[in-house]
Design a protein around this ligand. Structure first.
Ligand code: PHB
Length: 389
């Protein structure tokens, strides 16, 4: 009898404790770990992403799914060799609930492997590496940005339609550059054009001179370049300083001129690029976003800020569906999968592999704006070869 009573008591006690724990859990903050570049050629991109993410959370009163959000962060330096250690700091040392990162494709591939092995929720707010939504795709990995192939493919079509038959490409030699060029080739091919020369240099080098001399000697109909951040600023200026902008049209994915125009100035005027964001979109959500961003940060948002904002919207959609209960992972994942994200770029949904299916815009540099010129490719989906999910 006594033994039975104490068993019952222990059971009740345990149940009571469980209730107490889950109630406390619901009040606990959700810990978001930013793994982004805060130094190096991509540092401005990391900051814009964080700003965008925080802005959405701030608009929701600091909460997603009814729970307050707190942040920790790690500077990944866009350094693939440090990626595993860096993400483990967030997962094991800081016990984050979600990792938001990163910009660099080489870094994100290492992160995705750790996220997959530890089943950590990962929202990628930039890096376009195709592998993470291809062979490495997983229920816990989402991307709020693009695949490297998407803007490249659109630019290939645009360049071909504008008469480029023989094109030279130039980029940093790593996954993002390689995949961007592949997308460009695929798009160009649909118009009958071809790439006749592929030039590369190691990331994040900016010694472009010898390669520009080679471009001048090759005399292609056009050049396609993938660079971003500080490297894009220098490339566009060097291209103009070499006088090439007068004779050989320079095309690129929009990263070439996004968040960089103040620094590129005259050298960037008139450049045509393709991207899932543009200045001057006639989208009410974009107008509200830009005004809020401007008020909060006293700066103009760029594509990276939008991707950060949308990473928070995606997480918010998942958390709202489970009322902040991270234990309900399947329901959280399925809510993000089904969400229609009301993005400043225009609303988008996610592909089966968790990439945005989105319009790619043609933009033209006018002053400090990447002015919307039209839709280059409508509802473009990354094909995600190798994703079994
Ligand atoms: C990438 O490494 O995937 C990457 C980096 C910067 C960009 C775009 C893609 O602007």
């Amino acid at each position: 009898m006594t033994a039975r009573y104490s068993l019952l008591a222990r059971g009740l006690l345990a149940a009571g404790l469980l209730v107490a724990v889950s109630a406390a859990d619901a009040q606990n903050k959700i810990k978001v770990g930013f793994m982004l570049p805060y130094t190096g050629t991509y540092s401005a991109l990391g900051t814009a992403i964080e700003n965008g993410f925080r802005l959405y959370v701030q608009e929701q009163g600091g909460k997603l799914g009814g729970r307050e959000i707190e942040y920790v962060k790690v500077d990944d330096e866009s350094e693939p060799s440090k990626a595993v250690d860096n993400i483990n700091k967030l997962i094991k040392r800081d016990n984050v609930d979600v990792v938001v990162g990163t910009v660099h494709s080489g870094v994100v591939m290492a992160m995705a492997k750790v996220a997959k092995d530890t089943n950590t929720l990962l929202v990628i707010p930039n890096a376009g590496a195709r592998a993470v939504t291809g062979p490495m795709c997983a229920p816990n990995i989402f991307r709020s940005s693009f695949s490297n192939w998407q803007p490249g493919y659109a630019m290939g079509k645009v360049a071909g339609d504008r008469g480029a038959k023989k094109v030279a490409t130039i980029t940093w030699k790593y996954a993002a550059g390689d995949e961007s060029v592949q997308g460009f080739k695929d798009g160009l091919k649909t118009t009958g054009g071809e790439v006749i020369k592929e030039l590369t240099l190691p990331f994040p080098n900016v010694e472009f001179q010898a390669l520009l001399t080679e471009i001048a000697a090759t005399k292609p109909d056009a050049v396609y370049a993938f660079f971003a951040g500080g490297g894009a600023v220098k490339f566009v200026k060097d291209y103009a300083a070499a006088g090439l902008n007068k004779t050989i049209p320079l095309y690129g994915p929009g990263f070439l001129t996004d968040g960089t125009l103040e620094a590129q100035g005259e050298a960037a005027q008139g450049l045509l690029t393709t991207l899932h964001y543009a200045d001057g979109l006639d989208i009410p959500k974009d107008k509200a976003f830009r005004s809020d961003y401007n008020k909060t940060y006293k700066a103009e948002p760029d594509v990276y800020a939008v991707q950060g904002y949308d990473a928070a919207q995606m997480l918010g959609a998942g958390l709202a569906a489970v009322k902040g209960d991270l234990g309900k992972r399947d329901a959280l994942v399925s809510a993000i999968e089904k969400a229609r994200i009301d993005s400043p770029r225009g609303a988008f949904t996610l592909s089966k592999a968790h990439d945005p299916v989105q319009d790619i815009y043609l933009r033209k540099v006018v002053g400090t704006q990447n002015k919307f010129e039209g839709v280059a490719v409508k509802s473009l989906a990354e094909p995600s070869p190798g994703c079994k999910m």
